[in-house]
Each structure stands twice: as C-alpha cells, then as structure tokens.
Design a protein around this ligand. Sequence first.
Ligand code: EPS
Length: 419
Amino acid sequence: MDRFRFITAGESHGPSLGVVVEGVPSGLVLNEDALEVDLARRQRGYGRGARQSIERDHARILSGVRHGRTLGSPILLEVANRDWENWTRVMQVGPLSDADAAELAALAEGGTKRAQPITRVRPGHADLAGALKYGFNDVRNVLERSSARETAARVAAGGIARAFLRELGIDVWSFTAEVGGVAVDPARCTRSREEADASPLRCPDPEAEVAMIARIDEARSGGDTVGGVFEVVVHGAPIGLGSYVHWDRRLDTALAAAVMSIHIVKGVEFGLGFEQTRRFGSQVHDVIEGRRADGSWVHRSNNAGGLTGGVTNGEPIVVRGAVKPISTLARPLPTSDLISGQPVDTAHYERSDISVVPAAGVIGESMVMLTLARFVLEKTGGDSMAEVTDNLRRFRERIAAQPAAPVPGDGSGGHATEA
Ligand code: EPS
C-alpha cells in the first residue's frame, strides 16, 4: 500500500480545507510552525490577488502527533479559510431555511455578486465541463472545489514530507524560471537561494525578474493574466529510487503526474526536456565520469534531470512545470451561457490573481516531496524513523562499495557481491 498517500477536502470559501496524510513513519519531529513556512511561501509572489491579503494560512495538527513526534497513525491537518466569514450564507452547509433563502435572494437582488448564481462559464476553467458532468445549473458548485485554493492543503501535507526528507538529507526547492516568455539566464543567477526566495517572484536572476514584473504589470493593465515556468530541484536523493521494470514504478512517471495534477500546470519536463528533441544524442546524454572515493557517481552534465530509466541516478532531480495564464480574467473573454447555450459578451469575474508562478513553484515542491517520500519508503520500508534511516544508510553503503568483477559462468548470474 502506498505510504504518504494523502487526500484533501474543502471548498475555496467553505469553513476550512483538510488533508489526511497516511503512512508517515513514527518518530518524525513535527510541529505546526514547521508547516507554516511553506504555507506562507505559497501565499506570496508579485501578481497575487486580493484573497491572499485575507488569508494567513496555518495548518492545525489534529491527529497523528503526540508530544511533537509522529505516531505512525494518520495525520489530519486543517487550514481554516478566513474568508469563510464573508461567505457563510452563500456556502452554508445546512439546508436553507425560508429566512436564509430570502436573505440570499435579497443579497443577489441587491447586487452582491457572490450571492448570484453563475452561468457565464469561464473559458479555460473547469466551469462548463464540471457543471455538465455533475448536473449543476450554478457554476459556484464547480468553482468552489476546482479552485486552486485547494493547494493550500497540499502544501500543508508537503510540509510533513519536507520534514521527513530533511531527516534523510534530501532537500527540495524551486524557483521561477520564466514569466510571460521572459526566462532566467543561468549566467545572471547571482542570487543565493535565500535571496531568491525573498524576492518578489522567487527568482534567482534579478535582471530577468525586472522584466518579468513588467510583463505582469502589462497583463494587469490589460485586465489580463500571464503564465510561466517553475523549476523544482532536488538534492541528496539516493541513487535507486523508482524502477525501470514497470511503467508505474518509474519515478519520472509519478513525478510527472504529481506536478501535472496542479491546477494551473499544462506541461511537465525533466532536465533538458523538450529541447532534447532538437539535438543529436551526443549533445544530450550525460557522460558518466566515474565513482568518487566516497562512492558517489559523477556525470559530466545533468540533461536527464537526475532520472535515467525512471530511476534516480545521483544527480539533482530537475523537474519543470508549465504554468498557464489564470483563466479568470479581469477583462473577461466572450463565452456562452450555461443555461441558454447562447454566446454572451463576457465570462464570470469576481476577483483573481494576475500571475501565480512563484506560488505554483511552492506547490510543485510539495507535490514532488510527497511523491519522493512515497518512493523512499518503497525503497527502505520501515515503520519508525529509526528503521527508515538505518535501512537507507545501509543501502547507501552497499551501493557505494566496489562490486566484485564479473566472472562468466561463475554461477552468480551477474549478481554482484562487494569486492
Ligand atoms: C487561491 C484562492 C482563490 C484564487 C485562486 C487561488 O481565491 P478567490 O477565488 O477567493 O479569489 O485566488 O484560485 C484560482 C486561481 C482559481 O482559478 O480558482 C489560493 O489560495 O491559492
């Protein structure tokens, strides 16, 4: 059974978001302050909308932890929606009494947008397909769950994976690589990781960031939105996570699905990615330079993005997510009405972000960490952190040693023992 599996619940303007994370080993040090770091990073970024000035995301730990350490039991986290208090009648869980219904109707009548049913489906959003699929005549029922607000719960869960991976020496971060066609130039990436993280777009290249901000301002002034690319980088993953033996055991399969599952992501690539298709093999494949004294392996480059045959090869894992422009536009596109089926001039608009690439990067980190944690546990097994760390240390020692030279016909069938 998959370890570190998780399931989220919650509507964007409901009382709260929840997530249950199952299969976390016992003995992991965990507290709410640690989870807050990534939640705050997810909320920041130039181009974010008004919602983030309302929310101050904090995950309450409601189960699975005692005296600051995990118990091995399911961990339940809750992230409250502060905005809920502005939506109590619209998002009321219980049935509407006559008085409630009259109040809601009066609000809608009086022009309160959030109380009005939504039928002008937004191009690019889940609105139309979702309403038809679930049988709704009010798109509110779709957008509440399809909203990227749900990613706050994923990032809360990702904080547990970060604590787990950190104990094993595995480190994950991300940065904004591109916004609206403006890309970072590795030669100009002068900012340290801390400096990049503190910058408006979480960008290591200060010059590119200025031009990226200009693109966001341009989108804002046109009532538009703009996308980009984030890059997640993993250091310290041991060789041997994932497997080439079957499609669903490849780590790249799982990472691609995890990153692709983020609402705003429309493409995923590893290492050199699609650029590989434009080069000869000699300009793509990473020359293997040999084993170091400490047993690690060196490649001349990392175009494969740390994964060959779906297995970690000891190089940093590099995965990028393509972020589409947000589909809620302040100057809405023409669309059609869900009920009449006829064209209308403008799609629905309440409020939105202009650009979310830095936030998407933090969510990308979380999805990568949750996936890696699962694959680490698949490799090591173990119910307690002591067992996991012990097993991983022994595996690392085993593969660092020089294997015995193969002797044809010695009966070992090519199974190495240490020399
Ligand atoms: C988000 C909260 C949402 C949006 C955004 C992500 O808040 P609201 O809908 O109340 O403004 O800002 O969601 C979308 C981009 C979307 O398309 O639904 C958040 O917390 O990340």
